[in-house]
Design a protein around this ligand. Structure first.
Ligand code: SAM
Length: 274
C-alpha cells in the first residue's frame, strides 16, 4: 500500500470520516448523476473513477452503464476500498471493482470510455498535470468529468459568526496542507490546460434556518478536520470546541433565521479529442 503521500490528507481515514462520506454522497449524487447524464455517460461504457472513497460515485456510474458496462474505482485507502467492495456487493452491483493506487499513477493497461472523479482534484498538487496523466487511460472520444467544490463560497445571509469562523478554518487547513479549497471555480482552466474544452454546471445547497443538513455537513466535516487544524495551527481543540459546535451553529442560524448556503459544487465535463 502506498500511503506515503497521505500524511497531509486533512480529513484522515477514521470510521467517522467513512460515515461522513456516505452521508455527504446522499446529497451530492443528484448533481453528480446530472453531470454524468450531460457528459454522455451511457450503458456499455467502461468507467474509471479516481479517488473513489467509499465507492458512491463508482456505484452511481455502475447503475448508469449497466450490466454491459463496467466501473473501476481507485483510491489509496485499503479500508475504504474494502468498504466500497462490501457496499457494491450488498447493492448487487457485479460490474464494479475497486483497486488501490496512488494517484495520478494507475497501473492499468486498458483504455476507459469515461474518466470521473469527485472531491479528489482538490488534493492534486498540480491538478492540470494530474489530469493530463490520467487522460492517458481514456480512449479518444471518451468523456472526462470531475465534480469539485469551492469551499470559500459557504456562507450565510445574514452572517452567522460560528459558521463564518469555521468556514475560514476549513479553507485555511486545506491551504496549509497544500491543497486547493477553491478548485471548483478553476475546473474550466484545469480542463483547458489539459487540452479539454469543458462544459460546466454548478449547484449550492440552500436552507433557511439551522434545522437542516448544512450544519450537520459543516460540523461532521470540521470533526474530521480537527486533528489537521490543530497540527497546522489553524485552531486549538478548545477553540474548535467540537462537542458544542452543532448546537451553537443551529442556535445562531435559527436566531437570525439565516439563509445557509453550502459549498458551491462545480461539475465539469468534456470529450477527449480523437
Ligand atoms: C473526499 S474523498 C471523496 C470520495 C468520493 N469520490 C466521494 O465523492 O464520495 C477523497 C478521496 O480521494 C482519495 N485520494 C486523495 N488523494 C489521493 C491520491 N493522491 N491517491 C489516491 N487516492 C487519493 C482519498 O483517499 C479519499 O478516499
Amino acid at each position: 500500500m502506498s500511503r506515503q503521500n497521505s500524511g497531509s490528507y486533512p480529513l484522515g481515514y477514521s470510521s467517522h470520516e467513512a460515515n461522513r462520506l456516505e452521508q455527504q454522497a446522499a446529497f451530492l449524487n443528484e448533481l453528480t448523476e446530472e453531470v454524468f447524464r450531460r457528459a454522455g455517460m451511457r450503458p456499455g461504457m467502461r468507467v474509471l473513477d479516481v479517488g473513489c472513497g467509499m465507492g458512491d460515485v463508482s456505484m452511481a456510474a455502475a447503475r448508469i452503464v449497466g450490466a454491459s458496462g463496467s466501473v473501476v474505482g481507485v483510491d489509496r485507502d485499503p479500508e475504504g476500498l474494502n468498504r466500497a467492495r462490501a457496499r457494491a456487493s450488498a447493492a448487487q452491483l457485479t460490474n464494479v471493482e475497486f483497486r488501490q493506487a496512488e494517484l495520478p499513477h494507475i497501473d492499468a493497461n486498458e483504455k476507459f470510455d469515461a474518466l470521473v472523479g469527485r472531491l479528489v482534484m482538490i488534493y492534486f498538487p498540480d491538478p492540470a498535470a494530474a489530469l493530463r496523466e490520467l487522460l492517458r487511460h481514456v480512449a479518444p472520444g471518451g468523456v472526462v468529468s470531475f465534480h469539485e467544490p469551492d469551499l470559500s463560497r459557504i456562507s450565510t445571509i445574514p452572517p452567522v459568526p460560528s459558521v463564518a469562523e469555521n468556514v475560514d478554518r476549513l479553507n485555511l487547513v486545506f491551504e496549509r496542507c497544500g491543497f486547493h479549497p477553491r478548485i471548483g471555480v478553476s475546473l474550466g482552466q484545469v480542463f483547458s490546460a489539459a487540452g479539454l474544452a469543458p462544459s460546466l454546471l454548478g449547484a449550492t445547497r440552500m436552507e433557511q434556518g439551522g434545522g437542516g443538513f448544512c450544519p450537520t455537513w459543516l460540523v461532521t466535516t470540521i470533526r474530521s478536520l480537527a486533528p489537521a487544524m490543530v497540527k497546522t495551527q489553524v485552531a486549538t481543540e478548545a477553540e474548535i470546541d467540537i462537542d458544542t459546535l452543532d448546537q451553537r451553529i443551529r442556535q445562531e442560524a435559527d436566531a437570525a433565521n439565516a439563509l445557509l448556503l453550502g459549498p458551491l459544487m462545480v461539475g465539469a465535463w468534456a470529450v477527449k479529442p480523437a
